[in-house]
Ligand binder design. Structure first.
Ligand code: HMG
Ligand code: MG
Length: 306
């Protein structure tokens, strides 16, 4: 297929490894290790890092050290540090940590909304509205994550209209940009494009990003499909870490290493040093006593060893 002229020449990546990646780990990862991971990611050239979430530690114990992690990071100028805040309580706790951006997170599926944040989609929007207002009033940026934009672990396939409706609600309460998330990695290129298209009815191309879990191995193809539409913001997880505790069986986001390799091969600028990124992925994988879940990382590490 001929590549479309919409393909951007530069892509901005948010590494969500420290948050989406580590939230699902059963054994505690010390704050110091999370901080070191963030340092390595910024040294590798990541300009946006999703560091942690201010959610209930009863629901997601691994993120219970949120404030400690945020306090321990030596910030680099020009790097944006974001955190998840599901409600005002989370936002109020997060403010002391001076995040550059907060993320409210909703779902295009009612069942997932209930399981993940214990409320309906409509209730979630009611909860987010004062969070968005408070953040913007304090000069903090606001992103909205939209889960299950292609498929839901409880409801199955999700129609693009439902994604469009969630995007409309997010826009209405003042969310500045949104993530089109394939939470369980069942999306394929045309379905992902339909979810993107529905979102683009409400947000401009600069304010929509792709967040693809790689459970079924489709995330790189889906990234290319979104790139062809002109989308130039993506989220990925170093070493392919992660999954969502409320989406059983879903694996991590596409690995940042795989995305960077593909983009570099296409001549698209990311500003990321792939070797340093591979080192960051190896660092956290060594700590977790497993191999990086990234084909590119595996290939580069094998090449180095040989
Ligand atoms: P709830 O139980 O309905 O909340 O949970 P509540 O307001 O009734 O409060 C119950 C208790 O939680 C109270 O404590 C509150 O103080 C406390 P108690 O009086 O019982 O001791 N509480 C909090 N504590 C700390 N921080 C808070 C907070 N809020 C209430 N912010 C809630 C609602 C949203 C809090 C809960 O459902 C929750 O924490 N869910 C976490 C969900 C989560 O983190 N999921 C993973 C991230 S989303 C994701 O991974 C998807 C994404 O990657 C995109 C994709 O791939 O799809 C973004
Ligand atoms: Mg996710």
């Amino acid at each position: 297929m001929a590549l479309s002229s919409h393909i951007p020449t530069r892509v901005s990546l948010i590494d969500v490894g420290p948050r989406d990646g580590l939230q699902n780990e059963k054994s505690p990862v010390p704050a110091q290790v999370k901080i070191e991971l963030v340092h390595r990611l910024q040294d590798a050239g990541l300009k946006e890092i999703e560091v942690t979430s201010f959610v209930s530690p009863k629901w997601v114990p691994q993120m219970g050290d949120n404030a400690e992690v945020m306090a321990g990071i030596e910030r680099q100028p020009g790097v944006l540090y974001s955190v998840l805040t599901p409600n005002l309580k989370g936002f109020e706790s997060a403010v002391d940590s001076r995040p550059d951006e907060i993320v409210v997170f909703g779902a295009a599926s009612e069942a997932f909304s209930q399981r993940n944040i214990n409320c309906s989609i409509a209730e979630s929007i009611e909860r987010f509205a004062p969070v968005v207002e408070a953040a913007l009033a304090q000069g903090i940026k606001v992103r909205g994550a939209m889960s299950c934009t292609v498929g839901c672990p409880y409801e199955g396939e999700i129609a693009p209209e439902r994604v469009g409706e969630l995007a409309r609600l997010m826009k209405q309460i003042g969310v500045q940009r949104v993530d089109v998330a394939d939470t369980i990695g069942v999306g394929t290129p045309r379905k992902v494009q339909a979810a993107m298209e529905a979102t683009l009815q409400h947000f401009g191309i600069d304010n929509v990003s792709g967040h693809f879990h790689d459970t079924y191995g489709q995330a790189l193809a889906n990234t290319l499909a979104a790139l062809e539409m002109g989308v130039w913001n993506f989220q990925a997880s170093v070493a392919g870490l992660g999954g969502c505790p409320y989406a059983k069986g879903a694996t991590g986001n596409v690995s940042t290493e795989d995305v960077v390799f593909m983009l570099q091969g296409m001549g698209i600028d990311t500003g990321i040093d792939l070797d340093k990124l591979v080192d960051a992925g190896k660092y956290i994988s060594d700590f977790l006593e497993r191999k990086p879940n990234s084909r590119v990382s595996t290939a580069i590490l094998n090449k180095r060893a040989g």
